[in-house]
Write a protein that binds this ligand. Structure first.
Ligand SMILES: Cc1ncc(COP(=O)(O)O)c(C=O)c1O
Length: 443
């Protein structure tokens, strides 16, 4: 996935990056805008670092996806993968568009319900659901549980029976398909921990049909994230279709096919399939099966809609090169350190945006060399206090942040046209040790 150093073409310029993102614009006086709001106006009030999400961008992308699916004649229900960005405001926005949710923990389920997505519109995925989580989900009236192992199926049957519920179950199969993405986010190869081995799925489906408290409704697959090619999707959907036919031939009902998430986005300038192409792949594989289709997109809906707005602490020149040190760090956005991910970095000031650039490493203040957002990035002279926006940070950004180096989680803001609001406040430093106790025997 978008490795940081292994590219040969020149990086896109800030102007090119902005041109490819309809919610961003460079204003001659106000600098970088998100929707109609100057990022400087937000930073002046909230301070930095701060995450900023464009509601209009999320809405536009959701509608584009719905439009592509319906244009392809694929009746598909969208279950937003909450893990990509679980903020209540983001969930509420998507709920208002009609999205359901895909969750992987009780916490995500509670968040989605809190934001107004009813449990009856939520799918529960995940390789290690606890008994407590499953019980809670059943009591809430969860729409579907995607079961990933024989062990989980037996546990679910016992809990459903004990609580007097019937669990609607899809079996998540592992289709043994390499999604061609970063090794840390590929999930559909036989050696990955996810799903039920394809060869075991038919027998387990039969078992599910015989178990009390279980109603098998269909099949699911999710082969990875930041997928940039349709071929792995086609292979996975083909396996889902093949298994559906085999199960039906055996007299077993398969009403639902959950195609997972994973649709990738261009972080740099990589070609990425459009929703229409994904819709076409779903249609070709599943159209004659007359099944309800679900998808679980996360990154594609919210990734491009967010920026991480940060200020320059200092710029230093050493024999090793030029370093621009930001007040954001790997504890905020871990993707470059964790996945070697490339993110666009755009100066916020209109003057900086047109000044002559020179290469710099863009780093954070955390005590690790991996705390590097970009290497040899062409940037203008940036003096302390200058602001930059790290682009495409709306997915797997704030949700993966930590308080490493006793750093506070950044505040979060949502913009919609000319309106904006803080959707998550910056905490106080003392909040970092609020739940901690020093044992009496150390006092
Ligand atoms: C089961 C499941 N569904 C959906 C997603 C969403 O993936 P993405 O954000 O790449 O669309 C994930 C994340 O990897 C997942 O694990």
């Amino acid at each position: 996935m978008t490795p940081m150093p292994a590219t040969t073409t020149p990086d896109p310029t800030p102007a090119e990056l902005i041109a490819g993102r309809p919610h961003l614009a460079m204003h001659a006086m106000d600098g970088l805008l998100i929707d109609e709001v100057p990022l400087n106006a937000i930073a002046d009030i909230t301070g930095t670092p701060v995450w900023v999400y464009s509601a209009s961008s999320i809405r536009r992308r959701y509608r584009m996806l719905v439009g592509a699916l319906s244009a392809a004649g694929v009746e598909t229900h969208i279950h937003y993968a909450v893990k990509a960005n679980d903020r209540l405001a983001v969930l509420r926005l998507l709920a208002a568009e009609g999205a359901g949710a895909d969750v992987v923990s009780e916490g995500e389920l509670r968040r989605a319900c809190e934001a107004g997505i009813p449990a009856g519109n939520i799918v529960f995925s995940g390789v290690g659901k606890t008994e407590r989580e499953v019980r809670f989900a059943l009591i809430q009236g969860i729409a579907q549980i995607n079961v990933e192992s024989a062990e989980e199926l037996e546990m679910l049957s016992a809990i459903a029976t004990a609580t007097g519920h019937t669990a609607q179950v899809a079996l998540r199969i592992n289709p043994d398909v390499d999604a061609g993405t970063h090794a840390k986010i590929t999930t559909g190869r036989a050696q990955d921990k996810f799903g039920i081995p394809y060869a075991d799925a038919a027998a387990l489906y039969r078992r599910a049909a015989a178990l009390p408290g279980i109603q098998p409704v269909g099949l699911a697959a999710h082969i990875g994230s930041q997928i940039l090619s349709l071929a792995p999707y086609r292979a996975a959907f083909g396996r889902l279709a093949e298994l559906t036919r085999a199960l039906r031939a055996d007299g077993l009902p398969v009403r639902v096919i959950d195609c997972g998430g994973g649709l990738g986005i261009p972080y740099r300038d990589e070609p990425a399939p459009l929703p229409a192409a994904l819709a076409g792949a779903i249609r070709s594989a599943l159209r004659d099966l007359d099944a309800g289709v679900l998808i679980e997109p996360g990154r594609w809906l919210v990734g491009p809609a967010g920026v991480l707005l940060s200020s320059v602490i200092l710029a230093k020149q050493t024999q090793g090169g030029r370093f621009v040190v930001l007040d954001a760090a790997m504890n905020d956005l871990v993707r470059p350190a964790m996945y070697d991910a490339w993110h666009g970095i755009v100066p916020v000031s209109p003057v900086d945006a047109v000044a002559a650039p020179a290469p710099a490493d863009v780093v954070g203040p955390v005590c690790e060399s991996g705390d590097t957002f970009a290497r040899d990035r062409l940037l203008p002279p940036l003096t302390p206090g200058a602001r930059v926006a790290i682009l495409d940070a709306g997915a797997y950004g704030s949700v993966m942040s930590s308080s490493y180096n006793a750093r506070l989680p950044a505040a979060e803001v949502m913009v919609d046209g000319s309106n904006w609001s803080v959707i998550r406040q910056r905490e106080a430093l003392a909040d970092l040790w609020r739940g901690e106790r020093v044992p009496h025997w150390l006092k």
